[in-house]
Design a protein around this ligand. Structure first.
Ligand code: UDP
Length: 315
């Protein structure tokens, strides 16, 4: 297949490039690099099956030649990124998704949307099943991302229903691994950066809020299986091992052998920061025969190794 990946220089996008190339496909990678980084795909330069186009997909997308699949992963995705780029976030979810769908329609390509657990907002149902419609504040600080992704899902279903387009929607829960940006503000790079520097880990609030962290390779496997399935409704991909942020900090300190402890940054939680988050993954198990394989402690060790090398390179 010739596969277009938007947001290809991002954390998830770049791992998808690696996987699809390994599986023998050709990649057209699009990114405007506002939150992605060329470093994530530098190792692919010179690969004749890999082509990079510097482009903001909120503008019309022109890709010459045949395309069999479009994977739309372009978007700021960390809370501090989408607070910094609120309008670009709304535009890429709305206009970017529209352009990517339009291109896929013109090419007769299959389309896969990267959606998010954020469509459930601060959930009142626990764990979150795909049938749960969510609890999102449209005018809250996270509204720019949550509503953009909710709109993107609606648009994908409209293309499916009106044009009979072959579409997929993956709802991605917290994912971590090598190539996250050290300064993207999310809890994993923050904690690991602090641990590698021997600093105390900054737990926002009292740390009782929960998340479920999956390793990037498990997510990529889920995306590949979903793309190759015939399942049109959204599918959650995430791990069901739910832990509090305080517990997570302790695990990071243990795995990294960091003796500097934890500090509580009381005022740092962003309004609307969900108190709980855990996917119901029955659908992924039944439809895709998918389940996460990587233990948190192992994934964290590999991620630590990556961040150590990045920090050594900059110092
Ligand atoms: N968090 C934290 N310390 C940090 C960064 C984040 O305690 O240095 C908390 C944050 O308040 C949230 C959780 O960790 O409750 C996960 O935040 P992240 O930004 O990684 O992603 P989210 O799941 O909120 O989209």
């Amino acid at each position: 297949m010739r596969v277009v990946i938007t947001g290809a220089a991002g954390f998830i996008g770049s791992h998808l490039c690696d996987r699809f190339l390994r599986d023998g496909h050709r990649i057209v990678a699009l990114d405007n690099l506002i939150t992605g980084s060329q470093d994530n795909i530098a190792h692919l330069a010179g690969n004749r099956n890999f082509e990079f186009i510097y482009h903001d997909v909120s503008n019309f997308i022109h890709v010459p030649g045949t395309v069999e699949a479009v994977l739309h992963f372009a978007s700021p995705a960390s809370p501090i990124d989408y607070l910094k780029y609120p309008i670009q976030t709304l535009k890429v979810g709305a206009l970017g998704t529209h352009n990517a769908l339009g291109m896929a329609l013109a090419k007769g390509a299959r389309f896969l949307l990267a959606s998010t657990s954020e469509v459930y907002g601060d959930p009142l149902e626990h764990p979150q099943k795909e049938s749960y419609a969510g609890n999102v504040d449209p005018v809250g600080p996270r509204g720019v991302y949550d509503e953009a992704k909710r709109y993107a899902e609606a648009l994908v279903m409209a293309y499916h229903r009106q044009h009979q387009m072959d579409t997929r929607i993956v709802r991605i829960f917290n994912t971590y691994g090598p190539r996250m940006r050290l300064d993207d503000g999310r809890v994993v790079p923050n904690f690991i950066g602090q641990a590698v520097r021997g600093e105390a880990l900054s737990v926002f609030g009292d740390g009782s809020q929960t998340r479920s962290f999956q390793y990037i390779d498990d997510l990529v496997e889920g995306v590949v299986r979903l793309l190759h399935s015939d399942f049109v409704e959204p599918v959650n991909i995430g791990t069901t091992r739910e832990i509090s942020i305080l517990e997570f900090a302790k695990i990071v300190n243990r795995v990294s052998d960091n003796r500097s402890g934890i500090i509580f940054a009381e005022g740092s939680r962003i309004d609307g920061d969900p108190q709980t988050r855990k996917p119901d993954t029955r659908r992924a198990r039944e439809v895709l025969n998918w389940r996460p394989r990587v233990e948190l402690e192992h994934g964290l060790e590999w991620t630590l190794e990556y961040f150590r090398s990045v920090l050594t390179a900059v110092s």
